[in-house]
Design a protein around this ligand. Structure first.
Ligand code: HEM
Length: 410
């Protein structure tokens, strides 16, 4: 094994410049230090940036996702008292992971998701009906966030009267680190939001047990009651994962996708001229600027040699999905948005056993949303110069926008 490469400190990587365009810095890492120790404000980790290494890491059994097992790795990542929301399939290894995933995977099968198409189209149409007469909109607030939030809330059976409150608290978690408040206050705000969501979801489970409906939380309760396949606590953590994963990534993806299209007019014109291109466009937009820059943390279960770098047992390993998706060894001219690109596998939905459970739903929502947006908002353009867009901070686990002001022709 070689010596450790010089690591990167938060100050080197998590700058405003990086938040605006992380790809040049990621290209340097991929070329010079493809497995690199990185200090982020959240925790220290080793970042993997090449496509082949990233794919291999996502299926490497020596990289564990079991954060709540004997090593109690969650303490470093989520902090104490996080079990109530985060001890779910995403933070577990097989066979626990398989047991937790199997219970909900049926509901996300492509056939079941296809049946939701008319409802998703309706939600999109209703949101656009409100925007169309105005000639301008803040697309994160008015469209990209409420669309997936409404879809996942309906799927789970969250009562309509509660949608706004749930949205408010999940946004505290999503946008954490973006205010000017001191870090302790930010942490306290996130903890308060987590405590509220935990209480809310526990109450929701109780209410559905008393009065079941035909939505997903009731189905999970039934699975739990008929044979104890899911504990009471797991009901809540699974619901939280579906709620959060179900809207956060899709919302950020929609915002990033709109910016990418509006800043690449020739590609936008191609898509307007040929809506058949939508499925390929969604994949390319996800490859080009995905909402989850780094997969959720993995833990080395033994000392590893990754590309000659010694990664000691117990280290946190981050798989940089967006860096891998711009690897020139995998994609020709990777920094170019090319909606007609020959389709190759990208890592935007992950890889291996944790591959995105909601992939069919995400694709359907994105295709309907982007297709309808372009049809209904002629002359769509950014309301501020691209370098003035307010973004989530560079150290956020998510890549997305705080606001997306747009204008269009009335
Ligand atoms: C464009 C939108 C989306 C993107 C880019 C995305 C991306 C991803 C990625 C990269 C992972 C793997 C994370 C890892 O290995 O660390 C993942 C997992 C997951 N996603 Fe998505 N996702 C999206 C939408 C959705 C939706 C709509 C749902 C619906 C509930 C969903 C539910 C999940 C769940 C439950 C997991 C954990 C799976 C497991 O641990 O086995 N995602 N997603």
């Amino acid at each position: 094994m070689t010596e450790q490469p010089p690591g990167l400190a938060a100050a080197d990587l998590y700058t405003d410049e990086f938040a605006a365009d992380p790809y040049p810095a990621l290209a340097r890492l991929r070329r010079d230090a493809p497995v690199c120790p990185v200090s982020s404000p959240r925790f220290d980790s080793y970042l993997i940036t090449r496509f082949d290494d990233a794919s291999a890491a996502l299926t490497d059994p020596r990289l564990s996702k079991d954060l709540y097992g004997p090593g109690r790795q969650y303490l470093r990542i989520f902090g104490p008292n996080s079990e109530g929301l985060n001890k779910n399939m995403l933070n577990a290894d097989p066979p626990e992971h398989s047991r937790l995933r199997r219970l909900v995977s049926q509901a996300f099968a492509p056939r079941r998701i296809e049946a939701l198409r008319p409802r998703v189209q309706r939600i999109v149409d209703d949101l656009l009906d409100k925007i169309v007469p105005l000639g301008q909109a803040e697309l994160m607030r008015d469209f990209a966030i409420p669309l997936p939030m409404t879809v996942i809330c309906e799927l789970l059976g969250v009562p309509v009267a509660d949608h706004d409150r749930v949205l408010e608290w999940t946004q505290v978690i999503r946008t954490s680190g973006s205010s000017r408040r001191p870090p302790e206050q930010e942490r306290a705000a996130v903890q308060e939001a987590q405590a509220w969501l935990h209480g809310y979801l526990a109450d929701l489970v109780r209410a559905k047990r008393a009065r079941p409906d035909d939505a997903m939380v009731s189905a999970l309760i039934e699975a739990c009651d008929s044979g104890g396949k899911l504990s009471e606590a797991e009901l809540v953590t699974t619901t939280f994962l579906l709620l959060f994963a179900g809207h956060q990534t899709t919302a950020d993806f929609l915002g990033n996708a709109v910016v990418a299209l509006l800043t690449h007019p020739a590609q936008l014109a191609l898509l307007r001229a040929d809506p058949e291109l939508l499925p390929a466009a969604v994949e390319e937009l996800l490859r080009f600027d995905g909402p989850l820059p780094v997969a959720s943390p993995r833990i080395a279960t033994e000392d590893l040699d990754l590309r000659g770098v010694r990664v000691p047992a117990g280290s946190i390993v981050g798989v940089a999905l967006n860096a891998a998706n711009h690897d020139p060894a995998q994609f020709v001219d990777p920094d170019r948005l090319d909606l007609r690109r020959e389709r190759g596998p990208h890592l935007g939905f992950g890889h291996g056993v944790h591959y995105c459970l909601g992939v069919s739903l995400a694709r359907m929502e994105a295709r309907i949303a982007i297709g309808s947006l372009l049809r209904r908002l002629p002359g769509l353009r950014l309301g501020v110069p691209v370098d003035r867009l307010r973004r989530l901070p560079a150290a956020s686990p998510f890549r997305g926008l705080l606001e997306l002001p747009v204008r269009f022709t009335l």
